[in-house]
Write a protein that binds this ligand. Sequence first.
Ligand code: GDP
Ligand code: IMO
Ligand code: MG
Length: 507
Amino acid sequence: MDENVDFNLMQLDLVSKDVKTVAINCLQWGDTGKGKIVDLFSDWADIVARGTGGDNAGHTVWYGNNKYVSHLIPCGDPSKTNLMGNGMVINPKSLTDEIGMAKVHSINHQNLMLALNAALILPFHIVQDNLSEISAGENKIGTTGRGIAWAYADRINRSGLFVNDLLNKDSLARKIKKNYETKKFFFNSHDSQLVRALLDSMRLENSLYWDEKNLFNLDAIIEKYYFYGQELKDLICDTDKFIRQSVGHKKIAIEGAQGLGLSNKYGTYPYVTSSDCSPYGSAEGIGLNYSQVDLSLGIIKAYVTRVGNGPFPTELGGEFSENWCNNSSIDREKELSILKGETKFDQGNIPSKDFMFGMKLRSIGDEYGATTGRPRRVGWLDLPLLRYAMNFGIKDLVVTKLDVLNDCDYIRVCNAYQYSGPQYNYGNKTLIPGTIFRETVMDYDVIKNCKPIYVDLPGWKSDIGDCKKISDLPENLINYLDFISKETGASIKILSTGFRKENIIFA
Ligand code: GDP
Ligand code: IMO
Ligand code: MG
């Protein structure tokens, strides 16, 4: 914790004495700065709890001058209870490594709790994830390769394992063998050398699980997973019961993972993750009902990013940008060298001004995945998406990364979409080319055919790093926020003006 920073959330009207459970969720496609905002709320909370996803997430927190990325453990004050709930998928190696890494950073969690009924990620899931992405070719989702979908799928199809299985060696062995039986055919239908190459990675214990004859060495998996169970056994408990006993009198901050647009239920399916990472799902994933949340805060970035594939109407540079960012040879260093003019594009591959502007924003905002390092696709703020999100019982917003737009001559905002696809039946409506939407329609066939209608607002062209209160902010920035509020009905409560904890303004 940065002791020089004193935030009194109680100064905010919205965190009144009656507010005991606060949910903090991203309303875009992830990476909106949940880590920073949850860290802020962890000073207020007794319990910080996460209910969805696994080590596909990457949440960044700055402790003084040290950057720290957490993938599984909820962010913030380690002296509080940090709880990983039943809706998560847990890779025990990742969690063990993360606990070790936290200690290296002198982050000593005093009360970590891990749901005994969270789903377990097995080595098979990671290999399945990577094999299916390779086979999908250009139709791939662009997953993080952490086995997330396959672990959730096993839970749904009743062949999955739970965290508690790590504690009982005999049943662990029986269940791992049984789980493998359901996958043999899948693995045997792939090139065994590809499976071998995938298993030869640090995440998969550098070939420990490889078996020349049977592909997977099940005994090695059982031994190692039991070992992780012993490492984690002090954390594993009935978190559902704990949360139900705490709700209403302890202060609980729910840390959302991913974002509404990535929700398996409410996002841009199939280009989503495999949990319901909407505000509803994040509450359910810790054993609560969303109606038990007293304050639901939505986080948006002042612009939008997306990692991996999938529709993104306001993307700067459109399809070129999507392909560029999903090309594994592109990284931060390569883009920096392009922006400095040291590296040129190939002839015939000259990108648009919009794409180049997006790359510039990516560089200023350091929009490179906290989990995979991939360049995040960048686009303008999307109000139809925000209006859609407001249906999830959200009135109050946090807007982050405003400082990234400091240099913009103008700020573009998408205020509506125009449908340009073929005639399409959506429920009892028939969409025809030219149909205008004020609110995103979460149907892939619709959204991929939507063109943004933009409004341009003047930029503020000044540094906002030193602004401490609303009245310090430039007028054009206030106008931008007012425009968002007026157009969506949202009330903007917290502004983030830099990556540091002190770069925060309560509205
Ligand atoms: P999360 O997944 O929502 O927790 O977000 P990530 O940690 O993946 O990405 C957000 C990134 O933006 C991190 O590098 C943060 O340190 C950084 N960040 C958060 N808020 C701000 C802000 O207001 N301004 C700037 N420049 N960076 C921010
Ligand atoms: P945080 O919590 C951004 C995306 C992946 C991919 C899709 C499916 O840091 O905001 P998966 O590995 O989950 O099966 O991948 O979901 N994705 C994220 N994008 N931020 C995240 O988490 C993400 N977690 C998953 O890029 O498009
Ligand atoms: Mg992230």
